[in-house]
Ligand binder design. Sequence first.
Ligand SMILES: Nc1ncnc2c1ncn2[C@@H]1O[C@H](COP(=O)(O)OP(=O)(O)O)[C@@H](O)[C@H]1O
Ligand SMILES: [Mg+2]
Length: 333
Amino acid sequence: MIDVQNITKRYGHHTAIEDVTFSVAKGEVLAFLGPNGAGKTTTMRILTCFMPPTEGTARVAGFDCVEAPMEVKRRIGYLPETPPVYHELTVTEYLTFVGRLRGMSGSSLTSALDRSLEQLQLGSVRHRLIANLSRGYRQRVGLAQALLHDPPVLILDEPTVGLDPQQIIEIRGLIKNLAGSHSIILSTHILPEATAVCQRVVIINGGRIVAEDTPEQLSARLRQSEKISITIKTPPSDCEERLRAIPGVMNVFPGQDPGHFVVECTLGYDLRDELARLIVSQEWGLLELKTVSMTLEDVFLRLTRHEEGMSQPQEATSGILSAPEPSAREATP
Ligand SMILES: Nc1ncnc2c1ncn2[C@@H]1O[C@H](COP(=O)(O)OP(=O)(O)O)[C@@H](O)[C@H]1O
Ligand SMILES: [Mg+2]
């Protein structure tokens, strides 16, 4: 449904994306995961015919984004980073305006309006001014705008940024409901978002695709070590040293709580038995022992650090890959 081949975009001497290739099948939800400045918005703006690529081709439903932009735009619903809503209009007035821009009128516009209000559960606020809505509701109005003409393709640029946890759950639920009947690209710099709603993840960093796979396959492909989390009741002062002395142990990190350690083992070594035996025989008090699977965030950090020439992966501490930077203003489509 979406086919991007070797696109590069340069802003003057600055290359925003380079040689980006990917595709999205019918009904598939693809996550575009990358830190701020990775090139996610640039790629989406090319797909929505907002600007042409410097090199390469982008096609939607078989139509070229440069040669047949009207055909592409008819088939796309686009939610930019900042929802393109008018604060001085009510929800119904705004969606009616968008529908007219889309060439709809009369009963087809009324039924499209009712359908999208229902789909986004906006019925109760339909006569409210957009200025008086919460961010979560404004985001829903933005999504209703993208869905109004029932397009087969949806392009959603960081749809949950700035929402509170409850609103994030709601928006993710809505996106999940649209999967299957729509081909969706969703950009995000938050890892759990990619794993929560998408079947496939493209990881982009510094304008280049660094990995593409299912969330599960990505972590399997890149796993280089096994981690075991242990909690010990009365660890001796040389505990870390003693654990590290077990053959196959690469590293031992103290955890957040007293007595908690994360033991990193060489891939292929399952040292749970050895660890348990040492702790029990020394009567340190084994409270917990379990393997820790690698999260996609570890994978991302490993991939991007690798790109930057750093060999040591770092411990992931939060769900956010990098601090947000002030984003450029979005244009209204
Ligand atoms: N209009 C522009 N002019 C010059 N550089 C730009 C412009 N828009 C984006 N960039 C640069 O291109 C790179 C990719 O930006 P963007 O696509 O917005 O990334 P993302 O959406 O992943 O945060 C960044 O380095 C950004 O500063
Ligand atoms: Mg962006």
